[in-house]
Ligand binder design. Sequence first.
Ligand SMILES: *Cc1c(COP(=O)(O)O)cnc(C)c1O
Length: 388
Amino acid sequence: MDEGKKPQTIAVSAGRMTAEHFGSVNTPVYRTSTVLYPDIHSLLTENQPYKYGRRGTPTSRSFESAIEALEGDAAARCVALPSGLSAITTAILSVCNAGDHMLMADTCYGPTRIFCDKTLPRFGIETTYYDATVGDGIAALIKDNTRAIYCESPGSLTFEIQDVPAIAKAAHARGVSVLMDNTWATPVFFRPLDHGVDLSIMSGTKYIGGHADVMVGTITANESHTKRLEDFYGDCGLFLGGDDTYLSLRGVRTLALRLKQHEASALEIARWLQHRDEVVRVLHPGLQSDPGHSLWKRDFKGSSGLFGVELKPASEAAMTAFFDGFHHFGLGYSWGGYESLVIPSHFKRTAKRFEHDGPLIRFHAGLEDTNDLIADIDAAFARLKAAP
Ligand SMILES: *Cc1c(COP(=O)(O)O)cnc(C)c1O
C-alpha cells in the first residue's frame, strides 16, 4: 500500500479515512462499546466491519494501520495496547507456552526483566539472559525448548547495539521466534520486521505519542505471527480506548519530523559532552567512537534523542548538586516527549557486567533550542564542581 514511500510521507498519510468521515482530515474518537446491526441476519453473521467496541473501531483501525505502514511491507497486523509494558508481556505470552525457554537480552528494559523473573516462572516459562552483543554466537545458547529470542537495541540505559539480523538468522534456523523492543528507534529509523524480527514491539508512550500525555504500546506481527498475536490479544480482552488511540495517531503525524530534531539535538549535545572534563564517555551509537557505531550505521537510518553518559567519579553531594537546579531538563521517567529529561541510571545485568567507575546518567534531548540545553548542562557541571 505504501510501498516505496518515505517514512515522513507514511507518517502523514497512513491510516487516514477521510472519505468515511465527511472530509475530516482526522479519524474522530469513537467512544464505543455497543455497535448496532441493522437486522438480525447482520447480527448473526457479523457481516459488518465493526462488531463490538473491544474488537475494533475506526479510530483503532486508523492508528493500527498507520503503524503497520510505518513498520514496512513485512508488517501484517498491528495491535494497540494500554502501555509499552503490556505490549511486551502480551508479545511474549503470545509465543511462549508452559515448558518453553526464552533468551532475553541482558540489556532489556528493567520491568521486562521483572516480568521474566517474577511472572513467567508461574507459567512454567524459563528465561536465560544473554550478552546483548553476542551476535551469531546466540546459536550456542539455543536449547531444544527455546521458543523465543528477545532483542532490545540499543539496550536500555547502556545503549549497546545488537546484531539483530544475525540473531534472527540463528533463531529461524532452529524455528525460534524473534521479538524486539524497538522503542528507541521507532520504525522511522529501524524496521525490525525487515531485519528478521517476527514481533516488533514499541512503547508508543515515548515517540509515538510524543507529548508526554498518553500511555500506549504496539505489537506488529509479520504474516507468520499474526494469528497467534490476534488470538491471544483478543482472548485476553485487550484494547486501547478511543481517546488514547486518537492521541497516539495524532503523534504519528509529526513523528518523523520530531525525530529529525531529537536526533540532531542529541548528537550536538553528545558531541559537546564528549569534550567535557567531567565526562568519561558518552553512550550513543550515533557517535563514531561508540562500540556499536558500525552495526548501527549498517542497520539504522538514524538515532533518536536518548543517550547515556558516564561521569568521572563524584560524591553523592556533587551528584545531588548536579541534578537539582536544571531549568530545561526535567527529572522524571519515560522520555520521547517534546521536553528534555535527565535521570541517574540504575540497572541490573546478569550475563555481562557493565564496567564503570563513575555515575551513569541518561539524557533525553527534547525540542528546546540546543544552546539553552547545553547552557543548562554547563550550569549543572558548575554546581557539581562547586559541591564539597
Ligand atoms: C518506557 C519503555 C517501555 C515501557 O513502556 P510503558 O509505555 O511505560 O509501559 C518499554 N521499553 C522501553 C525501551 C521503554 O523505554
